[in-house]
Design a protein around this ligand. Structure first.
Ligand code: GLU
Length: 478
């Protein structure tokens, strides 16, 4: 190896969307590459032609950037494309043939299966090993698996031994001469001087084969590490068909990148400071400094969307206001007055699980003057039921109407409400129920007095008067 600094790589196959499991693998490689002063190589494994669209590559780069893996960072290299290296894959295969490490076989897939069945084997029996076949159309090139044991030294699981007799002579080149994934992946890793392969556990069965290829090609195998996969609530591997796995879909529904990164990093790994801190919320710098493959748990990690959302809630709450306003902006209707939103924003931040929840919480502030909010009828029925509710609303209207310029602040509004409710001997929570439904249409929402302050005196009082009219109508005889 000419390079002394570690070289990690992330080698996604472009498939249209970016899997959260892939994001986690990318983050592991990113943390390790940066911490060691090494390099994170992005290689797009695009040799499957059906999966080869430029916009998908851009999607990967954008998704990586969203989770903080920036192509502008000094530790980032790429993207490289597997397809650009196709000649090297074939040349390597030919070298293996020349050296005797690989041989051609003319059996069809069906013939291989039939023989295996006849002989009671699970795979290819080495039929053409010593037949001395040359290359010809339709003949596959197979690797001659040597006798013995292959020990994969894995950064997560320690030494894992594979008996070579359980590994069939696997195919390197198809009958049409195109390279298989195993070969292309190794040839690229050798060419890119990769020192560390950190990837999902599903590739562990490939690893003894790949290690043999590294050796047969005269290179020193990398350090391997296979991280347990992500599973869903039923403990099944996360799948595109069953589960929401696209990173983009979480981005689009208002999960903050910091929350996603923090959650993905702490899946199957607990930062050393977590117990003392009583929290799993960590900055990227902290996680990058502490992440260690040896501490990753061996069991599959449950990707729990509820927990991700709980992380997100924390992250939203902790955002500086200006960053919150910038992040939430895309979720707001274009015609909403941003200044008005900014005035209520500090009062809703800690209630949001997702940025996308924001508009629904404050939409009653953006209806335009003279428009009543849509009414939650249950909330209205409940809030208007007590016999003191209507008279108190009248008193509140009177008190609020008397407020002069400069007095329309949430503090004054609260104080005036408290004065008005005195004679009725009710608590503030109950007293504000009907005014709240009148002004917001609902029983829950942002703090009422702050909302009224934002809405303004004229419209707040108008809505309360409109509620008085509605009360009159509902108590009128049929
Ligand atoms: N393209 C492979 C995948 O996306 C890469 C496997 C590897 O990391 O070696 O699964």
């Amino acid at each position: 190896m000419t390079s002394t600094r570690p070289r990690f790589r992330f080698a996604p196959s472009p498939t249209g969307s970016f899997h959260v499991g892939g994001a986690r693998t990318a983050l592991h490689n990113w943390a390790l590459a940066r911490r060691s002063g090494g390099t994170f190589v992005l290689r797009i494994e695009d040799t499957d032609e059906a999966r080869n669209r430029p916009e998908w590559t851009q999607g990967i780069i954008d998704a990586l950037a969203w989770i903080g893996i920036s192509a502008d960072d000094a530790h980032f290299e790429g993207p490289h494309f597997q397809s650009e290296n196709a000649d090297a894959h074939v040349a390597a295969a030919h070298r293996l043939f020349e050296s005797g490490a690989a041989y051609y076989c003319d059996l069809t897939g069906q013939e291989v299966q039939d023989r295996a069945k006849e002989l009671g084997l699970t795979g290819y029996d080495g039929y053409s090993r010593d037949r001395g076949l040359e290359a010809a159309p339709g003949r596959v090139l197979r690797f001659r698996v040597p006798d013995g044991t292959t020990v994969v030294s894995d950064g997560v699981r320690g030494d894992v031994s594979f008996e070579n007799e359980t590994i069939e002579d696997f195919v390197l080149l198809r009958g049409n001469g195109t390279p298989m994934f195993l070969l292309a992946n190794v040839v690229d890793d050798i060419k890119m001087e990769i020192t560390d392969v950190v990837r999902a556990e599903e590739h562990l069965p490939n690893t003894p084969k790949q290690q043999m290829l590294w050796e047969a090609l005269g290179a020193t195998p990398p350090r391997w590490a296979h991280v347990p996969v992500l599973v869903n609530e039923q403990r099944k591997k996360l799948s595109k068909r069953r589960d929401k796995v696209a990173l983009e879909s979480y981005r689009d529904e208002g999960i903050l990148p910091g929350a996603m990164v923090n959650y993905l990093m702490t899946l199957g790994w607990t930062p050393p400071g977590a117990e003392a801190a009583g929290s799993e919320i960590f900055t990227w710098a902290e996680m990058e400094a502490d992440f260690d493959l040896a501490d990753v748990t061996l069991s599959p990690a449950f990707f729990d969307v509820r927990k991700l959302v709980a992380f997100n809630k924390q992250y939203i709450k902790n955002l500086p206001l200006d960053e919150f306003l910038a992040a939430v902006d895309a979720e707001l209707p274009v015609d909403w007055d941003r200044r008005r939103f900014a005035s209520i924003a500090p009062h809703i931040m800690e209630r949001l699980e997702r940025l996308g929840d924001a508009p629904g919480l404050v939409d009653f502030l953006f209806l335009g003057d003279g428009v009543d909010p849509e009414l939650d009828h249950d909330a209205w029925a409940k809030a208007s039921a007590p016999d003191w509710a209507a008279p108190l609303l009248d008193d509140v209207i009177e008190a609020y109407s008397a407020l002069g310029d400069g007095e329309w602040t949430h503090e004054t509004l609260k104080a005036a409400m408290e004065t008005a409710m005195g004679p009725y001997e009710v608590k503030l929570g109950k007293a504000q129920a009907l005014p709240r439904v009148a002004v917001t249409g609902r029983a829950v929402g942002p703090p009422l007095f702050e909302a009224m302050e934002t809405l303004g005196q004229i419209e707040t009082i108008r809505r309360m008067r409109s509620a008085v009219t509605r009360l009159g109508e509902s108590s009128a005889p049929d």
